[in-house]
Ligand binder design. Structure first.
Ligand code: MF3
Ligand code: CO
Ligand code: CO
Length: 268
Protein backbone atom coordinates (compact mmCIF):
# COMPACT_ATOMS: atom_id res chain seq x y z
CA UNK A 1 0.00 0.00 0.00
CA UNK A 2 1.20 3.47 -0.80
CA UNK A 3 0.02 6.93 0.18
CA UNK A 4 -3.62 7.51 -0.78
CA UNK A 5 -4.74 10.81 -2.29
CA UNK A 6 -8.34 11.56 -1.31
CA UNK A 7 -10.97 12.68 -3.80
CA UNK A 8 -13.02 15.83 -3.02
CA UNK A 9 -15.88 13.59 -1.82
CA UNK A 10 -13.53 11.67 0.44
CA UNK A 11 -12.11 14.92 1.79
CA UNK A 12 -15.66 16.01 2.68
CA UNK A 13 -16.14 12.78 4.62
CA UNK A 14 -12.78 13.32 6.36
CA UNK A 15 -13.88 16.83 7.38
CA UNK A 16 -16.98 15.39 9.02
CA UNK A 17 -15.05 12.66 10.85
CA UNK A 18 -12.41 15.18 11.94
CA UNK A 19 -14.94 17.64 13.33
CA UNK A 20 -16.75 14.87 15.19
CA UNK A 21 -13.52 13.63 16.81
CA UNK A 22 -12.77 17.17 17.97
CA UNK A 23 -16.32 17.56 19.30
CA UNK A 24 -15.78 14.55 21.56
CA UNK A 25 -12.92 16.49 23.18
CA UNK A 26 -15.17 19.56 23.51
CA UNK A 27 -17.82 17.38 25.14
CA UNK A 28 -15.48 15.77 27.67
CA UNK A 29 -13.57 18.91 28.67
CA UNK A 30 -15.88 19.98 31.55
CA UNK A 31 -15.69 16.45 32.99
CA UNK A 32 -11.89 16.49 33.37
CA UNK A 33 -11.59 17.35 37.07
CA UNK A 34 -9.77 16.08 40.16
CA UNK A 35 -11.43 12.91 41.48
CA UNK A 36 -12.75 11.59 38.18
CA UNK A 37 -11.35 8.28 36.92
CA UNK A 38 -10.18 7.99 33.35
CA UNK A 39 -12.45 4.93 32.97
CA UNK A 40 -15.39 7.26 33.68
CA UNK A 41 -14.15 9.71 31.01
CA UNK A 42 -13.91 6.75 28.63
CA UNK A 43 -17.48 5.69 29.44
CA UNK A 44 -18.82 9.21 28.89
CA UNK A 45 -16.96 9.56 25.58
CA UNK A 46 -18.13 6.13 24.41
CA UNK A 47 -21.77 6.99 25.09
CA UNK A 48 -21.43 10.36 23.38
CA UNK A 49 -19.80 8.84 20.30
CA UNK A 50 -22.20 5.93 19.90
CA UNK A 51 -25.50 7.39 21.16
CA UNK A 52 -25.23 11.10 20.28
CA UNK A 53 -22.89 11.25 17.28
CA UNK A 54 -23.51 7.87 15.70
CA UNK A 55 -19.76 7.42 15.35
CA UNK A 56 -17.68 4.31 15.95
CA UNK A 57 -14.88 4.61 18.51
CA UNK A 58 -11.96 3.34 16.44
CA UNK A 59 -9.72 2.27 19.35
CA UNK A 60 -12.22 -0.26 20.78
CA UNK A 61 -10.95 -3.74 19.87
CA UNK A 62 -8.34 -2.26 17.52
CA UNK A 63 -5.65 -4.93 17.13
CA UNK A 64 -2.74 -4.10 14.84
CA UNK A 65 -0.28 -6.97 14.18
CA UNK A 66 1.53 -7.89 17.40
CA UNK A 67 -1.00 -6.21 19.70
CA UNK A 68 -3.89 -7.61 21.71
CA UNK A 69 -7.24 -5.89 21.05
CA UNK A 70 -7.37 -2.44 22.68
CA UNK A 71 -9.99 -2.72 25.45
CA UNK A 72 -11.41 0.83 25.61
CA UNK A 73 -12.85 3.55 23.38
CA UNK A 74 -10.33 6.33 24.06
CA UNK A 75 -6.68 6.58 25.09
CA UNK A 76 -5.99 8.39 28.38
CA UNK A 77 -2.32 8.99 29.20
CA UNK A 78 -1.47 10.61 32.56
CA UNK A 79 1.81 12.32 33.58
CA UNK A 80 4.69 9.98 32.64
CA UNK A 81 2.44 7.94 30.36
CA UNK A 82 3.41 8.83 26.79
CA UNK A 83 0.51 7.40 24.78
CA UNK A 84 -2.02 4.56 24.49
CA UNK A 85 -2.84 4.73 28.21
CA UNK A 86 -5.75 2.39 28.97
CA UNK A 87 -8.46 4.22 30.94
CA UNK A 88 -8.65 2.91 34.51
CA UNK A 89 -10.17 3.42 37.94
CA UNK A 90 -7.49 5.61 39.51
CA UNK A 91 -8.91 9.11 40.10
CA UNK A 92 -7.17 12.11 38.56
CA UNK A 93 -5.41 14.40 41.05
CA UNK A 94 -4.99 18.14 40.85
CA UNK A 95 -1.82 19.00 38.98
CA UNK A 96 -1.93 15.87 36.81
CA UNK A 97 -1.50 16.33 33.07
CA UNK A 98 -3.71 14.16 30.89
CA UNK A 99 -3.79 13.42 27.17
CA UNK A 100 -7.10 12.26 25.77
CA UNK A 101 -6.78 10.79 22.28
CA UNK A 102 -10.00 10.36 20.31
CA UNK A 103 -10.45 8.55 17.03
CA UNK A 104 -13.92 8.19 15.49
CA UNK A 105 -15.14 6.53 12.32
CA UNK A 106 -17.99 8.17 10.43
CA UNK A 107 -19.07 7.39 6.86
CA UNK A 108 -16.17 4.95 6.61
CA UNK A 109 -13.50 7.59 7.39
CA UNK A 110 -11.39 8.26 10.46
CA UNK A 111 -10.77 11.48 12.39
CA UNK A 112 -7.95 11.39 14.99
CA UNK A 113 -7.10 14.14 17.47
CA UNK A 114 -5.78 14.59 20.98
CA UNK A 115 -5.36 17.39 23.50
CA UNK A 116 -3.61 17.89 26.83
CA UNK A 117 -5.62 18.72 29.94
CA UNK A 118 -4.20 20.18 33.14
CA UNK A 119 -6.27 18.78 36.00
CA UNK A 120 -7.41 21.40 38.52
CA UNK A 121 -4.90 23.87 39.96
CA UNK A 122 -1.35 23.28 41.07
CA UNK A 123 0.40 21.81 38.04
CA UNK A 124 4.12 22.51 38.10
CA UNK A 125 5.64 25.20 35.90
CA UNK A 126 7.48 22.41 34.10
CA UNK A 127 4.23 20.52 33.40
CA UNK A 128 2.58 23.64 31.99
CA UNK A 129 5.61 24.54 29.90
CA UNK A 130 5.83 20.99 28.51
CA UNK A 131 2.17 21.08 27.44
CA UNK A 132 2.59 24.53 25.86
CA UNK A 133 5.82 23.71 24.03
CA UNK A 134 4.33 20.46 22.70
CA UNK A 135 1.34 22.40 21.37
CA UNK A 136 3.73 24.80 19.65
CA UNK A 137 5.58 21.80 18.19
CA UNK A 138 2.33 20.44 16.73
CA UNK A 139 1.56 23.77 15.07
CA UNK A 140 5.09 24.42 13.84
CA UNK A 141 4.80 21.01 12.15
CA UNK A 142 1.38 21.84 10.69
CA UNK A 143 2.72 25.15 9.34
CA UNK A 144 5.23 23.22 7.20
CA UNK A 145 2.48 21.39 5.30
CA UNK A 146 2.16 22.49 1.66
CA UNK A 147 2.13 20.84 -1.77
CA UNK A 148 5.70 20.36 -2.98
CA UNK A 149 7.01 20.37 0.59
CA UNK A 150 8.54 17.30 2.14
CA UNK A 151 7.50 15.14 5.05
CA UNK A 152 10.88 15.74 6.70
CA UNK A 153 10.14 19.48 6.93
CA UNK A 154 7.50 18.65 9.55
CA UNK A 155 9.76 16.55 11.74
CA UNK A 156 12.57 19.02 11.44
CA UNK A 157 10.44 21.94 12.66
CA UNK A 158 9.16 19.91 15.59
CA UNK A 159 12.56 18.62 16.62
CA UNK A 160 14.20 22.03 16.51
CA UNK A 161 11.61 23.58 18.80
CA UNK A 162 11.37 20.70 21.30
CA UNK A 163 15.12 20.35 21.67
CA UNK A 164 15.66 24.12 21.95
CA UNK A 165 13.32 23.97 24.95
CA UNK A 166 15.45 21.20 26.50
CA UNK A 167 12.91 18.46 25.87
CA UNK A 168 13.23 15.19 23.94
CA UNK A 169 11.16 13.55 21.23
CA UNK A 170 9.77 10.03 21.36
CA UNK A 171 11.06 8.17 18.28
CA UNK A 172 9.11 4.92 18.38
CA UNK A 173 5.70 6.40 17.55
CA UNK A 174 4.84 8.80 14.78
CA UNK A 175 2.00 10.46 12.92
CA UNK A 176 0.38 8.52 10.12
CA UNK A 177 -1.66 8.64 6.98
CA UNK A 178 -5.36 8.29 7.78
CA UNK A 179 -8.55 7.76 5.83
CA UNK A 180 -10.57 4.59 5.39
CA UNK A 181 -7.89 3.01 7.57
CA UNK A 182 -6.85 4.22 11.05
CA UNK A 183 -3.14 3.95 10.26
CA UNK A 184 -2.05 4.31 6.63
CA UNK A 185 1.15 5.31 4.93
CA UNK A 186 3.08 7.52 5.26
CA UNK A 187 4.75 7.54 8.66
CA UNK A 188 5.08 11.13 9.85
CA UNK A 189 8.22 11.34 11.98
CA UNK A 190 8.44 14.05 14.62
CA UNK A 191 12.17 14.52 14.04
CA UNK A 192 14.38 14.62 10.99
CA UNK A 193 15.87 16.77 8.28
CA UNK A 194 14.21 19.32 6.02
CA UNK A 195 13.85 18.42 2.32
CA UNK A 196 13.85 14.67 3.04
CA UNK A 197 11.04 12.14 2.73
CA UNK A 198 8.12 12.03 0.32
CA UNK A 199 6.86 15.11 -1.51
CA UNK A 200 3.46 16.30 -0.28
CA UNK A 201 0.56 16.42 -2.74
CA UNK A 202 -2.92 17.96 -2.48
CA UNK A 203 -5.42 15.41 -1.15
CA UNK A 204 -3.03 13.63 1.21
CA UNK A 205 -4.36 13.33 4.76
CA UNK A 206 -2.23 12.46 7.76
CA UNK A 207 -1.86 13.13 11.45
CA UNK A 208 0.84 15.07 13.25
CA UNK A 209 1.05 14.01 16.89
CA UNK A 210 4.36 14.80 18.61
CA UNK A 211 5.10 13.06 21.91
CA UNK A 212 7.57 15.20 23.87
CA UNK A 213 9.27 14.19 27.12
CA UNK A 214 10.55 16.52 29.84
CA UNK A 215 13.44 14.09 30.44
CA UNK A 216 15.05 11.51 28.23
CA UNK A 217 13.50 10.11 25.05
CA UNK A 218 13.55 6.43 26.05
CA UNK A 219 10.22 4.67 26.62
CA UNK A 220 8.95 1.35 27.95
CA UNK A 221 5.71 -0.58 27.54
CA UNK A 222 3.61 -1.68 30.51
CA UNK A 223 2.58 -5.34 30.91
CA UNK A 224 -0.93 -4.39 29.71
CA UNK A 225 0.59 -4.50 26.21
CA UNK A 226 -0.48 -0.95 25.31
CA UNK A 227 0.46 1.78 27.78
CA UNK A 228 3.72 3.51 26.91
CA UNK A 229 5.64 5.35 29.66
CA UNK A 230 8.88 7.29 29.84
CA UNK A 231 11.69 5.04 31.05
CA UNK A 232 12.92 7.76 33.44
CA UNK A 233 9.31 8.47 34.60
CA UNK A 234 9.61 12.07 33.43
CA UNK A 235 6.46 13.87 32.26
CA UNK A 236 5.33 13.46 28.66
CA UNK A 237 2.89 15.48 26.56
CA UNK A 238 1.20 15.01 23.19
CA UNK A 239 -1.17 16.95 20.93
CA UNK A 240 -2.61 15.64 17.67
CA UNK A 241 -4.45 16.95 14.63
CA UNK A 242 -5.49 15.33 11.36
CA UNK A 243 -4.46 17.57 8.43
CA UNK A 244 -5.13 17.76 4.69
CA UNK A 245 -2.62 18.96 2.11
CA UNK A 246 -4.48 21.58 0.03
CA UNK A 247 -3.58 23.31 -3.26
CA UNK A 248 -2.06 26.19 -1.30
CA UNK A 249 -0.99 24.75 2.05
CA UNK A 250 -2.91 22.87 4.69
CA UNK A 251 -6.32 22.49 6.26
CA UNK A 252 -6.69 21.16 9.80
CA UNK A 253 -9.58 18.67 9.69
CA UNK A 254 -9.97 18.03 13.43
CA UNK A 255 -11.47 21.39 14.32
CA UNK A 256 -14.61 22.27 16.26
CA UNK A 257 -16.03 25.12 18.32
CA UNK A 258 -13.84 24.20 21.30
CA UNK A 259 -10.53 23.76 19.48
CA UNK A 260 -7.81 25.79 21.17
CA UNK A 261 -6.51 28.62 18.96
CA UNK A 262 -3.23 28.18 17.13
CA UNK A 263 -0.35 29.39 19.33
CA UNK A 264 1.09 32.86 18.82
CA UNK A 265 4.39 31.32 17.68
CA UNK A 266 2.65 30.38 14.41
CA UNK A 267 0.25 33.32 14.10
CA UNK A 268 2.56 36.26 14.93
N1 MF3 B 1 -5.07 7.44 18.42
C1 MF3 B 1 -3.76 6.85 18.40
C2 MF3 B 1 -3.01 7.54 17.29
O1 MF3 B 1 -2.99 8.71 17.30
C3 MF3 B 1 -3.76 5.38 18.21
C4 MF3 B 1 -4.38 4.66 19.32
S1 MF3 B 1 -4.39 2.98 18.97
C5 MF3 B 1 -5.34 2.40 20.22
O2 MF3 B 1 -2.50 6.99 16.36
F1 MF3 B 1 -5.68 1.19 19.91
F2 MF3 B 1 -4.66 2.50 21.33
F3 MF3 B 1 -6.41 3.14 20.34
CO1 CO C 1 -2.96 9.27 15.30
CO1 CO D 1 -4.72 9.65 18.08
Amino acid sequence: MSVTVKTPEEVDAMRVAGRLASEVLDFITPHVKPGVATAELDRLCHEFMVDVQGTIPAPLNYAPPGYRPYPKSVCASVNHQVCHGIPGDRPLKKGDILNLDITVIKGGFHGDTSRMFIVGEGASILAKRLCAVTYECLWLGIAQVRPGGHLGDIGHAIQRHAEAAGFSIVREFCGHGIGRKFHEEPQVLHYGRADTGITLEPGMTFTIEPMINAGRAAISELPDGWTIITKDRSLSAQWEHTVLVTETGYEVLTVSAGSPAAPSITTA
